[in-house]
Design a binder for this molecule. Structure first.
Ligand code: GDG
Length: 472
């Protein structure tokens, strides 16, 4: 059986006694558990004393208790590499640009050079661990050049790439100064996987416009003299695991505040990121309280927002903006016995979070752009099917393609979002059940297991009926 080699920016395995992992990690482990292999990437540590990643050899740790033989192979990053590759180019340029926020991108040629340097160094570090027949699955925008770097070292194994974030329209990609050189490096992959058809089409459209690739069939490209397949694989969640966690959660975080008062909870959970639409969402809630005084005291909005990427300046700014906005809303509407908004900038244990989802009458998930958004799927999975809550979901999240039975909103339209909130709060039980059942069926059909299975199936060599001449 072939080994699977997962390559991701961060290797973050579950720790004994710590919170159960989120969708990406559990999806990756699910894939590895079936065949065994290696999970390779950064260990999350920044080593101030180290020189930029050069000849680093990965630290190897077996991952116990998984059934198959799984090894974690990790490297630390030097301060310079962390600043250039991670903060500077990946999160300073690619993340904002791919989320249609070119205005927030700060391009620095040195950071881009660092991004390429780290990708090459990671490929060199992995190379000695590879065996013939290993299949490589590379994750996300940090690692666009990774396959090309492997090819330059003589690696001929199958290599697939999955983009977790949106692929934007060609004109937006073109705002990234080295876009051509960068995206040309995708030709090192055998399979390019996306969350939605919209993302897949945007990518091939860009490659055709740049004359980098030509279509051979709807899903096959001739790209740099190689045959490259494309496909759509919506990431999902483990419904049974979430149901069990939500039911068993002993952390009834809402009990004290909500149960006593009978207030309905509106819940949002996001990494503190400008793509998640928090200021717009706060504005929508404020609009609801302004226009509909009858809801005051009857609802409570809980926003959980663990900070992330605090070393990137744009993330510090969004935090300041939200502190001010939360203060204004609570200042305007609070009563001695009612706090309209609970804004919590810290993380919670996963099982507690699933319990909280189940108790919230409304799940409010309104990113301005999102590859998929697992919170939306987790919220649906965690509900009590007999008395489910209502999902209010941004039309710009990848999840909206599958979860069309949610109340879909344009997050830039705060009045419409406020109206959807009111509709969700008032929705009769029969309609809540019908919508929830529809969404649950979708999650059971497009499961987390299917995400892995379909990607790996399509990464197998393409069987052609007749030899193909691939244009150079
Ligand atoms: C990227 C793409 C795509 C959040 N707060 C806590 C916590 N979380 C967990 C959630 C969820 C995960 O973090 C967030 O996942 P998302 O999908 O919502 O967003 P990104 O982090 O931006 O992920 C996204 C995803 O990749 C997968 O492909 O869906 O579009 O941007 O699982 O539950 N978990 C715990 N405590 C918290 O306080 N334990």
């Amino acid at each position: 059986m072939k080994r699977l080699i997962i390559v991701s920016n961060r290797v973050a395995p579950p720790q004994p006694g710590r919170a159960a992992p989120g969708g990406l990690v559990s999806g990756v482990l699910d894939a590895l558990r079936n065949v065994g292999g290696i999970w390779f990437g950064w260990n999350g540590e920044v080593d101030d004393a180290a020189a930029p990643l050069g000849q680093a050899s990965p630290q190897l740790h077996p991952l116990a208790g998984q059934g198959a033989d799984i090894t974690l192979a990790t490297v630390p990053l030097s301060r310079q590499d962390y600043e250039d590759y991670y903060c500077g180019f990946a999160n300073g340029v690619l993340w904002p640009s791919f989320h249609y926020r070119s205005d927030l991108a700060r391009y620095d040629p040195c950071a881009y050079a660092g991004y390429l340097r780290v990708n090459r160094a990671l490929a060199r570090a992995l190379r000695p661990l590879l065996r013939d027949g290993d299949v490589l699955w590379v994750h996300d925008y940090h690692l666009i050049p990774f396959a090309q770097a492997c090819r330059e070292l003589g690696v001929t194994n199958r290599i697939g790439f999955f983009l977790h974030i949106p692929f934007p329209a060609a004109q937006v990609v073109e705002t990234i100064p080295p876009h051509r050189e960068l995206l040309r490096m995708l030709r090192g992959y055998d399979l390019l996987g996306f969350q939605t058809e919209r993302d897949r089409l945007a990518c091939i459209d860009y490659l055709y416009q740049q004359r980098e690739a030509q279509p051979l069939s709807p899903y096959l490209l001739a790209f740099g003299g190689r045959l490259v397949r494309t496909g759509v694989y919506p990431i999902s969640v483990d419904v049974a695991q979430i149901q069990a966690m939500a039911q068993q959660s002993r952390h009834h975080l809402l009990d004290a505040a909500a149960r006593a008062s009978g207030r309905q909870a509106i819940l949002s959970v996001d990494r503190l990121d400008y793509s998640k639409g928090l200021p717009e969402r706060f504005r929508a809630y404020e609009h609801l309280l302004e226009q509909r005084p009858d809801y005051r005291r009857k609802v409570q909005f809980i926003q959980i927002a663990p900070p992330s990427r605090g070393d990137v300046a744009t993330y510090r700014r969004i935090r300041e903006q939200l502190d001010a906005s939360a203060g204004r809303i609570n200042g305007r509407f609070s009563e001695l016995d009612w706090l309209p908004l609970r804004y919590l900038t810290k993380g919670y244990e996963r099982s507690a979070l699933m319990g909280l989802y189940r108790q919230a009458r409304v799940g409010l998930v309104t990113p301005l752009r999102d590859g998929m958004n697992l919170v939306a799927k987790e919220y649906v999975a965690a509900q009590n099917p007999d008395d489910p809550g209502v999902l209010v979901l941004s039309q710009f999240a990848g999840a909206a393609v599958e979860l069309e039975a949610a109340l879909l909103v344009n997050p830039y339209d705060h009045a419409a979002t406020a109206a959807a909130l009111a509709r969700a709060l008032d929705m009769p039980l029969a309609q809540r059940r019908e919508r929830h059942q529809h969404m649950l069926q979708v999650l059971q059909h497009n499961s987390q297991t299917q995400w892995c299975r379909h990607f790996l199936r399509d990464l197998a060599p393409v069987q052609l009926r007749q030899p193909l001449v691939i244009p150079a």
